[in-house]
Design a protein around this ligand. Structure first.
Ligand SMILES: C[S@@+](CC[C@H](N)C(=O)[O-])C[C@H]1O[C@@H](n2cnc3c(N)ncnc32)[C@H](O)[C@@H]1O
Length: 277
């Protein structure tokens, strides 16, 4: 048997052990990227074989956060894909404005840049005071950073061009307090966001959402899992609610394709149709 095939077996056994021992099921994530990440985990532990990870996973409780942190990819940035924020600002927020209160679920929030960007935009459109954002992720290390809301100044500087391209009306730094090369998000923005651990593979839904934003997460899932997760979002949304996915993700080939209408196909913004909730 080829070495690569043996490694595939080891990755499969490792993911099986993770699911059985800890209830975290990565078995339906895209195989190639999962293999790279499990290999990187073994390498970081100084292990030459993936199989060596398995006893550690089974017997060392303290190993789980490191594993979850390595298997999920909390790469993000402020106002990532500025055109999406511009489209939300122009096409979606004017509709959300008609609701007495607005509930948004931002799934896969990583280190918080995306929910903070949404909150800043809502503030500028005069909607933040009546909005609650639920920002969730499986990666507790990333979530802790998100909750803290403290970033190196470089993150704000790097996000500034995106912010302006997204229709930003002030300066991104206006929403942060800067000290010693770090910037902390202002309390006014922070207090409209609840951060919570939530696993899209296994957990239930947040209900009565007016918008779900989940970008650059489904891309890591196999089609069967994408289907489950889009089903969760469909269930979470009120009728007429909006769903925003990442630019390499779409509803095509999911069971729910016909339950949404594209508001802006290029920006992956959809509206829930039908006679459900
Ligand atoms: C590449 S980041 C995307 C961050 C942000 N949405 C953006 O587009 O900039 C993917 C995030 O999805 C999270 N994630 C992966 N699997 C998940 C799951 N089963 N449930 C919840 N979050 C998950 C990862 O921890 C990571 O923070």
């Amino acid at each position: 048997m080829k070495e690569a095939d043996l490694q595939d077996i080891e990755v499969g056994l490792f993911l099986e052990a993770l699911a059985l021992r800890h209830g975290y099921d990565f078995r339906h994530y895209a195989k190639a990227s999962m293999k790279r990440r499990v290999e990187a985990l073994a390498h970081a532990q100084g292990m030459s074989d993936i199989a060596e990870l398995i006893p550690r996973l089974l017997h060392d409780e303290g190993f789980l956060p490191e594993v979850l942190s390595r298997l999920s990819v909390p790469v993000t940035e402020m106002f990532r894909d500025a055109g999406v924020f511009l489209a939300l600002r122009r096409e979606v927020l004017p509709i959300l404005a008609s609701y007495p209160s607005i509930a948004i679920w931002q799934a896969g929030c990583a280190t918080g840049e995306e929910p903070y960007s949404l909150a800043i935009m809502l503030k500028e459109e005069g909607l933040l005071h009546k909005t609650q954002i639920y920002a969730t992720d499986i990666n507790d290390v990333a979530l802790a950073k998100a909750e803290e809301g403290i970033y190196p100044d470089g993150v704000i500087a790097a996000g500034s061009a995106n912010y302006l391209a997204s229709g930003g009306k002030a300066s991104l730094s206006d929403y942060f307090h800067s000290a010693y090369k770090f910037s902390k998000i202002s309390d006014e923005i922070r207090q409209r966001i609840v951060f919570a651990h939530h696993n899209l593979v296994a957990d239930g839904v947040f209900c009565e959402m007016h918008m779900v934003v989940c970008r650059n997460v489904l891309i890591y899932f196999e089609r069967s899992l994408q289907n489950r997760v889009v089903g969760l979002f469909h269930e979470a949304l009120v009728r007429g609610g909006f769903l925003c996915l990442g630019h390499r993700e779409s509803l095509q080939f999911t069971e729910f394709e016909n339950h949404f209408r594209a508001v802006d196909h290029a920006r992956r913004i959809y509206k829930k149709q039908g006679s459900g909730k």
